[in-house]
Design a binder for this molecule. Structure first.
Ligand SMILES: C[C@@H](C(=O)O)C(=O)SCCNC(=O)CCNC(=O)[C@H](O)C(C)(C)COP(=O)(O)OP(=O)(O)OC[C@H]1O[C@@H](n2cnc3c(N)ncnc32)[C@H](O)[C@@H]1OP(=O)(O)O
Ligand SMILES: [Co+2]
Length: 134
């Protein structure tokens, strides 16, 4: 069911510094900051030849990454995003298999303008999984 790795997300304590480090120290193709108010984060996408890195910084009250950054003040890998062809079918299969789809269970539009869903990290070996319909 899952396809390509769409992105690996890293929560960071300083978005400007992290973006500059990827651009200048690692020599990567770094995009501009993008506010995603529906998701409570500001993101910077870094395009690699085979996938993307998503730098995440909290936006607004009740950001879903606030607790993670409190526990990991230097930042850390926050989630991985796999592509799926049909997100409704994927959600049905996952709930049937007993995995928890986070939020109200319905997809939101993600940073790429496509529907996304998140799966509880405790159901997947401690890894928060995002699914993106492509
Ligand atoms: C823009 C979009 C896009 O790409 O298009 C995005 O990516 S938006 C990216 C931001 N959006 C999201 O992450 C949405 C989905 N996330 C959520 O709903 C939440 O962050 C949860 C995953 C439910 C965690 O919520 P919260 O931190 O409030 O819960 P909590 O502190 O009670 O955590 C419950 C347990 O899960 C662990 N936990 C929390 N976040 C984790 C993570 N990212 N990876 C692995 N484990 C994690 C905690 O350590 C704790 O374990 P222990 O009990 O063992 O200590
Ligand atoms: Co993401």
């Amino acid at each position: 069911m899952i396809g390509r790795l769409n992105h690996v997300a890293i929560a960071v304590p300083d978005l400007t510094a992290a973006a500059a480090q990827y651009a200048n120290t690692l020599g990567a193709d770094v995009g501009p900051p993008q506010d995603e108010p529906d998701h409570g984060v500001t993101v910077v996408f870094i395009t690699l030849p085979n996938t993307k890195i998503e730098l995440l910084y909290p936006l607004g009250e009740n950001s879903p990454i606030a607790g993670f950054l409190e526990k990991n003040p230097s930042g850390g890998i926050h989630h991985i995003c796999y592509e799926v062809e049909d997100i409704a079918e994927a959600a049905l299969r996952l709930t049937t298999e007993g995995a928890r789809v986070l939020g109200d269970g319905t997809p939101k539009i993600g940073a790429h303008g496509k529907p996304v869903l998140f799966l509880h990290p405790k159901d997947f070996n401690g890894t928060l999984i995002e699914l993106e319909e492509v």
